[in-house]
Design a protein. Structure first.
Length: 91
């Protein structure tokens, strides 16, 4: 019985390309250029460090003053909406 050869998985170049955070997002993740995946990781680290996940619904993020600026003034966003709002602050 022949098995299909596994394809080598390469990281998606779009995710690995360094992006620069806006000044507002830099308050949360730092101002250095980094891959998009690292930005997301740092935002999650910040959320966990400041206990900003809603305890009743863990998919919702409660914004503090810094994140509220990133979230366009919203007090609470879903984790899916958060990703979209963060990408608005990357160039």
């Amino acid at each position: 019985m022949a098995t299909a050869a596994k394809k080598e998985s390469k990281p998606n170049a779009g995710f690995m390309k360094p992006v620069t955070p806006s000044a507002v997002l830099a308050d949360v993740v730092g101002s250095a250029a980094m891959p998009r995946t690292e930005v997301t990781k740092k935002v999650w680290d910040y959320i966990k460090e400041h206990n900003l996940q809603d305890p009743a619904n863990r998919r919702m993020i409660n914004a503090d003053a810094k994140l509220e600026a990133v979230f366009e003034g919203k007090k609470q966003v879903s984790m899916f909406e958060m990703t979209k709002l963060i990408s608005n602050h990357l160039k």
